[in-house]
Design a protein around this ligand. Structure first.
Ligand code: AMP
Length: 315
């Protein structure tokens, strides 16, 4: 079954992205399309040189993370995405887009909000429907958008004929959810580049400093190092990261010891990735050639879907 996932270069990839997204993606590469949604990174004010740099860094990191058996592509290299988005904008209604929680929270009611932030869920629907995945694994934050994708596919099929496969929504297998080191009640995020986010390209001394400053609590007893998500979110997060990075909490009794173990485990995971990244970054022609070939493949598989949709609406 086809798998599809897009990552937006709205920031630099973090340890959370690695454990929660790139690792599971690397385990599922057969018939997999993994894209960099550079067009989605333009829905809020952006700077061209930063977008270019982050896209290049992300492209190289996906390869360094071992996704070389998937079809890797940049969304903007596959014009069918925007081509289909317009047809779906002619299917979507302003009322339903107005109800999207992310739009309500991020832009509704502000004069300077980009129109593309309003229509972003329609482009996302095009991203998905073009590849005909049978199911879409989706976390809570994107669930409403994928429900809209289904609604648009069903409405389009009803109005114009059966063109789209309506994907099922599935809850992803509970993966590692890494919390911000400075505020362990919220997710570590690539759009918040603070002291609580470990970036995949952070050198070891930066990782050490960020982990050393991680928020814990004031317990000092012999059993202070234990998981308790509600009462001890910081310590629980450090234990989760430690285990997800192949370490063990056996015999640890102090927060200093825990943080040293977490640093070692994280650095051990990041180091080979960074070595591979440096090799790939030194050969940008190779990285470009992988993404060019991926885009070519995407143009081939999406062309018949866009052609069927165009014909169905009378173009
Ligand atoms: P985002 O960075 O929010 O655009 O998410 C890109 C992908 O990384 C999605 O599959 C997320 O589920 C995953 N992801 C992002 N942040 C984390 C995190 N802190 N812990 C685990 N997975 C994450």
């Amino acid at each position: 079954m086809t798998t599809l996932s897009l990552l937006t270069p709205s920031g630099r990839l973090t340890l959370g992205n690695l454990l929660g997204a790139l690792r599971p993606m690397a385990e599922r590469q057969h018939d997999a399309y993994y894209g960099i949604s550079d067009l989605h990174a333009m829905t809020t004010p952006h700077e061209p040189s930063r977008l270019r740099d982050r896209t290049r860094e992300m492209a190289t990191l996906l390869l360094a993370a071992g996704l070389d058996r998937s079809t890797l592509f940049r969304q903007s290299d596959v014009p069918a995405h925007t081509g289909l988005a317009h047809l779906l904008e002619c299917t979507a209604r302003t009322g339903e887009l107005n109800r999207m929680v992310q739009y309500k929270e991020k832009g509704r009611g502000r004069d300077a909000t980009r129109v593309s932030l309003f229509t972003y869920p329609v482009l996302m629907a095009a991203d998905i429907l073009l590849y005909r995945p049978g199911e879409v694994p989706v976390g809570d934050d994107q669930r409403q958008h994928v429900e809209l994708t289904r609604d648009l596919a069903i409405r389009f099929n009803r109005n114009y004929g059966e063109v789209f496969t309506v994907p099922r929504i599935v809850t992803p297998a509970a993966g590692a959810r890494v919390m911000d080191l400075a505020d362990p009640t919220r997710k570590m995020s690539k759009s918040v580049e603070g002291a609580g986010s470990v970036l995949l390209l952070d050198p070891p001394d930066v990782v050490r400093r960020k982990v050393a400053r991680a928020v814990t609590d004031s317990d000092t007893g012999p059993d202070a190092v234990r998981a308790d998500r509600a009462a001890k979110p910081g310590v629980t997060n450090l234990l989760d990261v430690l285990v997800a990075c192949g370490g063990s909490a056996d015999g640890l009794s102090t927060y200093g010891g825990l943080k040293a173990a977490v640093t070692d485990a994280v650095v051990a995971v990041l180091e080979p990735l960074q070595v591979r990244y440096a090799e790939l970054a030194a050969d940008p022609t190779y990285v470009s050639s992988v993404y060019d070939a991926g885009a070519e493949r995407c143009r081939e598989v999406t062309a018949p879907v866009l052609a069927a949709a165009r014909s169905a609406v009378g173009l």
